[in-house]
Design a protein around this ligand. Structure first.
Ligand code: AMP
Length: 280
């Protein structure tokens, strides 16, 4: 495994590989790696001869300064995990390397960004698009792997790839969970023991919402889920919405056609957790 800190070095290393015509897969991350990230690496290695992982805590996607400051960073452990997973290249750039100048680009994702995370974290997806477009430009991957845990992010990345006409296949990967059902997240490390103990309730309430489909109206299910989440000590719902899986627009009736997904963001104390579930 080669760890590279500059775009120039990575471009050179990758250029040599690309000449051989092998498929190159890319897994962008912000580090503090867990089995969710490693499942993306595994997926990548299934179909791509070369696997590139980036670790970069991207400041432009944090709308909350204290979230950026407190975001877990553990580069040595991360590099060990990636080495064990037999990753070929790790890109581990500095902030100056990724943003030698302020990135003033503004992306417009239409209705995809006016709901949920887009609404509750202003500027977040613009920052995501800034960094992912830069990384794609450097890595030039054939395939890029993203987790379904960040459901809206996945939709935004797919849209960005279309808008910019990039030659990258975006591959969605299933959410990996702790044994108790909590979706794995780097931010789980920041939960207090009490909030960590209660956090699996999020998944349980998502499963319950699916069960309640057709027993109650969409609005009733939304309301009862928010009430149940807010009833957990120290928890506060940021949003819970049942949306059309492709457009991310609110579902108003179960009769509406097409796949549906419930998406949730909850504050567990100061830590914001997200999760989602598909309706069958
Ligand atoms: P992050 O480091 O949080 O920016 O995440 C990097 C990538 O890992 C993103 O594509 C995430 O959607 C994905 N990811 C994070 N948590 C999980 C999980 N529990 N299961 C699957 N993928 C995940």
């Amino acid at each position: 495994m080669k760890t590279l800190a500059t775009a120039k070095e990575l471009r050179e290393a990758i250029g040599n590989v690309k000449k051989t015509g092998q498929l190159l897969g890319f897994v962008p991350t912000m580090g503090a790696l867990h089995s969710g990230h490693l499942s993306l690496v595994e997926e990548c290695k299934k179909t791509c001869a070369i696997c590139v992982v980036s670790i970069f805590v991207n400041p432009t996607q944090f709308n909350d300064k204290s979230d950026l400051k407190n975001y877990p960073r553990m580069p040595e452990q991360d590099l060990k995990k990636l080495e064990d997973a037999q990753v070929d290249f790790v890109f581990f750039p500095s902030e100056k390397e990724m943003y030698p100048e302020e990135d003033t680009r503004v992306f417009h994702f239409g209705v995809l960004e006016t709901v949920m995370e887009g609404l509750h974290r202003p500027g977040h997806f613009n920052g995501v698009a800034q960094i992912v477009s830069k990384l794609f430009d450097i890595v030039q991957p054939d395939k890029a792997f993203f987790g379904e845990k960040d459901f809206q992010q996945l939709a935004i990345i797919k849209k960005m790839v279309k808008m910019l006409d990039l030659n990258v296949e975006v591959v969605p990967c299933a959410t990996i969970r702790e044994d108790d059902g909590l979706a794995m997240s780097s931010r789980n490390l920041l939960l207090t023991p009490e909030n960590r103990k209660n956090a699996p309730r999020i998944r349980q309430l998502l499963l319950q919402a699916v069960e309640r489909q057709h027993q109650a109206t969409v609005q009733e299910v939304e309301k009862e889920t928010v009430t149940a989440l807010d009833a957990i000590e120290n928890f506060k719902t940021d949003y819970f919405e049942i949306v059309h899986s492709d457009t991310l627009q609110p579902v108003t009736s179960w009769d509406e056609k097409g796949p549906k997904t419930a998406c949730v963001a909850v504050y567990a104390g100061k830590i914001r957790l997200i999760d989602n579930i598909r309706f069958l």
